[in-house]
Design a protein around this ligand. Structure first.
Ligand SMILES: [Zn+2]
Length: 376
């Protein structure tokens, strides 16, 4: 991770701080010094920023722990001045799961705000509406300000643009009615449109909006670029591409049967199964070698190779292709819960990419009639 330092580990997840987060701290320190010229107030501001920083970490932890419930690990958490980013190893495929993972972060801030609200209510020090709207970095109302920061974090993340959680909520919503990669692109475009509006408004009102707009624009285009790569490979589970119409062999079958299957169909590699469980793979090379040595009466079990690398149907295509390239094989058996569910070949992947590209062209052609936004 460039421009980021590791600052700790929480629930087994590395936490990094991005260099720009230091800018925020610096900004607060300078602003507070310029305003009050007082060391105590400046230290107070620093403590305040660190408490907010803690709230952001808890927010990210909310995402990470919800993702963990769906068996998704979080690579790391990176803290940025506008919030944090949890880098999940993969995104949940089900829109409902992505929705819950996206909502889990802001839900933590709602909880913190609610707890502070109850606390401040009991001690009779609830912040006024004006205090909530204008967060005081160096005023006397410490916990009231922490409460309002948490509320702002919720509001901010409700913006339907990447990298905010609202962007993921939007994508999850779109993904229920259109294809996942297209949903991402649409969400990224909406995010960029929002960034433009923010930047424009910021020019005339608050320069901080321009700053936010920049982040939103970067987040949206980053997500869009990732989608461009994903549209061809990643972000697509293997099960959508794999061959499901194929033949298998039993370990007790003779090589005669294997040659018969090979000549009659398209397959060159055959999974050898016991029930739905893959015991090995008989590749064309293995078959030819065994035929040359022992003829057609040999059993498949004596010719197959057992050192195959199975992939899961829920794995992403990106990883699966890496496995295909690493082992230098033509095909891989695809399993789910230990059962054979398909075969993935390079040809498969190639065909899938061609189909995707053709469909993209069709979409562009359709979009070219009205004034089109540029897209990948
Ligand atoms: Zn979040």
């Amino acid at each position: 991770m460039r421009w980021a330092w590791k600052i700790g580990k929480l629930a087994g997840i590395d936490v990094y701080m991005h260099a720009t987060f230091l800018l925020l701290i610096l900004f607060v320190l300078i602003a507070s010094w310029v305003e009050k010229h007082d060391a105590v107030t400046t230290v107070y501001s620093l403590v305040f920023v660190l408490v907010i920083f803690g709230c952001i970490v808890l927010h990210e932890l909310g995402h990470a722990l919800m993702a963990r419930r769906y068996g998704i690990r979080t690579r790391d958490i990176v803290l940025l001045p506008i919030g944090g980013v949890s880098r999940l190893e993969r995104m949940p495929e089900e829109p409902r799961q992505e929705l819950l993972v996206a909502l889990a972060g802001p839900a933590v801030n709602v909880l913190i705000a609610a707890a502070l609200f109850v606390f401040l209510f009991l001690v009779g020090r609830l912040p006024t509406g004006r205090e909530i709207a204008n967060i005081s970095w160096n005023g006397a109302h410490f916990w009231g300000s922490v409460l309002s920061v948490n509320l702002w974090l919720v509001v901010f993340n409700a913006i339907p643009a990447f990298p905010m959680d609202g962007g993921r909520v939007l994508r999850a919503f779109l993904a229920t009615r259109m294809e996942y990669t297209r949903a991402t692109q649409t969400a990224a475009h909406i995010g960029q449109a929002i960034a433009l509006i923010f930047g424009f408004l910021g020019l005339f009102t608050d320069p901080f909006l321009v700053f936010i707009a920049l982040f939103v624009w970067m987040g949206a285009s980053g997500e869009a670029a990732m989608v461009q790569m994903r549209t061809s490979l990643g972000g697509i589970p293997v099960q959508r591409v794999m061959l499901t119409n194929y033949r298998t062999l039993l370990p007790d079958d003779t090589l005669d049967k294997a040659t018969e299957y090979m000549l009659a169909g398209w397959q060159q590699d055959f999974p050898v199964v016991f029930g739905d469980h893959v015991l090995g793979v008989l590749r064309r090379e293995d078959l030819m070698r065994a035929l040359a040595q022992g003829g057609t009466s040999l059993a498949v079990r004596d010719a197959m190779r057992r050192d195959f690398e199975p992939i899961d149907s829920h794995d992403m295509l990106e990883q699966a292709v890496q496995v295909l390239q690493r082992c230098g094989c033509r095909s891989l058996p695809v399993e789910h819960n230990g059962d054979l569910v398909g075969i993935l070949t390079m040809e498969n992947v190639g065909e899938f990419m061609m189909i995707q590209s053709a469909l993209r062209q069709a979409r562009h052609a359709a979009a070219a009639t009205p004034k089109a936004m540029t897209s990948g």
